[in-house]
Design a protein around this ligand. Sequence first.
Ligand SMILES: NC(=O)c1ccc[n+]([C@@H]2O[C@H](COP(=O)([O-])OP(=O)(O)OC[C@H]3O[C@@H](n4cnc5c(N)ncnc54)[C@H](OP(=O)(O)O)[C@@H]3O)[C@@H](O)[C@H]2O)c1
Ligand SMILES: CC(C)CCC[C@@H](C)[C@H]1CC[C@H]2C3=C(CC[C@]12C)[C@@]1(C)CC[C@H](O)C(C)(C)[C@@H]1CC3
Length: 563
Amino acid sequence: MPSRKFADGEVVRGRWPGSSLYYEVEILSHDSTSQLYTVKYKDGTELELKENDIKPLTSFRQRKSGSTSSSPSRRRGNRSRSRSRSPGRRPPKDARRSASASHQADIKEARREVEVKLTPLVLEKFNLLQESSYISTQYSLRPRREEIRLKEMDSKEEKFVTKELAVRTFEVTPIRAKDLEFGGVPGVLLIMFGLPVFLFLLLLMCKQKDPSLLNFPPPLPALYELWETRVFGVCLLWFLIQALFYLLPIGKVVEGTPLIDGRRLKYRLNGFYAFILTSAIIGTCLFQGVEFHYVYRHFLQFTLAATVFCVVLSVYLYMRSLKVPRKDLSPASSGNAVYDFFIGRELNPRIGTFDLKYFCELRPGLIGWVVINLVMLLAEMKIQSRAVPSLAMILVNSFQLLYVVDALWNEEAVLTTMDIIHDGFGFMLAFGDLVWVPFIYSFQAFYLVSHPNEVSWPMASLMIVLKLCGYVIFRGANSQKNAFRKNPSDPKLAHLKTIHTSTGKNLLVSGWWGFVRHPNYLGDLIMALAWSLPCGFNHILPYFYVVYFTMLLVHREARDEYQ
Ligand SMILES: NC(=O)c1ccc[n+]([C@@H]2O[C@H](COP(=O)([O-])OP(=O)(O)OC[C@H]3O[C@@H](n4cnc5c(N)ncnc54)[C@H](OP(=O)(O)O)[C@@H]3O)[C@@H](O)[C@H]2O)c1
Ligand SMILES: CC(C)CCC[C@@H](C)[C@H]1CC[C@H]2C3=C(CC[C@]12C)[C@@]1(C)CC[C@H](O)C(C)(C)[C@@H]1CC3
């Protein structure tokens, strides 16, 4: 058994992680497996430290004044973040080890290799006490201007703290079987097999003359009827063209949020240019008389081709994740092969500088959705022998076009979403981005092709107002959040109030974020309703998106709250 240098109860100096400052601490215990000491600072903060970060008292000359007795957190006037602990973190001797425990231990081990050791271990009792006193002071909601002044006074040290916090935020907590999201392994198996079948049923139902939910769902066609190699080729070509646009050296390069080792990946923002170039190609094809109706006629074949592509991509992503260093794994991964295949094992799979997850999140599926909507608009004109598209179709197309253009214009914002920061790239996002978005989000337009609905101008005006209200809330809230996450000291946000959270991060509680807990979700839901209303009230089917989206956002809200 490896020897230890310091005994329990010994009073020594412990380095404050991320800085070169040493404070008086008491050794509480030593873990022989991890070789870490649990130490207690004078203000009660407990951390795990490496032996190298601990020095005997005798190795320091006493300073006349200064920080000898104060704890780092006290020196910051109790605005300390040191109390923060990762929620859900269990003591190391947790007896309930699951199959995922060794995988998580691997990830933790990797973290040890790359970062200054910082594992706050606060006793539940202490934490509760401190939490309540903290809440009572924090809920006085100081205007952020004052916070900024305090920060400036303490800026040098803040630098350490900020970095340290960034690292801590992405701490990988042990995932036990009961902590797995989406219903664990049975849940993700159901989603992976059930969702593609459900998607086909939905599309087949929508094609029926009477798409009532009370009707028996039509039988699924045989696979050989749905498979067309040519269609698969078109999908592949589409993906490659978008990849080519992504590689173009136009648009600025920005840094993403810090990874567990403090690194920041670089991302090129050229999604909007990709959209312009795609529009130019589509325009040229239209001018040349290319038969876009082919896509409508083979819509199910396209859905199958995209699904097959996404399964192949997911297998590739899982295989390559088995070879990546442990520090590159997603905090959502669990060690269970089935679950990780779904949620994604690798956080940021890249081929050179080509970031597969970031690329798929915004390009082929989202731009594909707009193109499919256009295909539906043309199909409506052809099938219903119209000289111009219906007002309902124009509304659906323009509402959703605004949504996609907004996402591409504000491309940088996607870097702070849960998908990029937390989830790996696996079947869930591959299927979501490349199949679900283009083939389900275009559902209202698909519905209108075979179920026309006349919308009067007064009704259309109400729908436009609803859409714009939703958009203003969605954009206002997301922009405020992104600006805050990018630079919490941004003078433009100085009037906003914040509260501190147990993860060490602040949350906005005024402005849009003082209005409801997730104003961006509210705006998004209002827009979702505006997209469905042009389809009328004859059937519930075009409102499927609103129902699904509510469930998705409620689930995301719960995931966000948990994190
Ligand atoms: N159309 C679709 O299918 C679809 C699907 C999903 C999402 N969306 C939209 O995409 C956008 C982003 O979604 P998202 O799920 O990533 O959720 P989000 O709420 O934008 O992002 C979650 C992150 O926001 C931060 N946050 C939450 N509350 C905050 C507050 N009060 N103050 C400051 N920061 C706060 C947290 O960051 P920290 O973790 O850093 O604390 C949290 O992790 C939303 O507008 C959503 O409606 C659309
Ligand atoms: C189980 C699966 C079917 C779940 C699939 C979920 C995905 C369809 C979504 C997860 C994150 C979503 C998302 C957008 C689209 C839909 C998702 C990929 C988004 C690109 C839509 C435009 C927005 O402006 C956005 C960029 C903020 C947004 C990011 C998240």
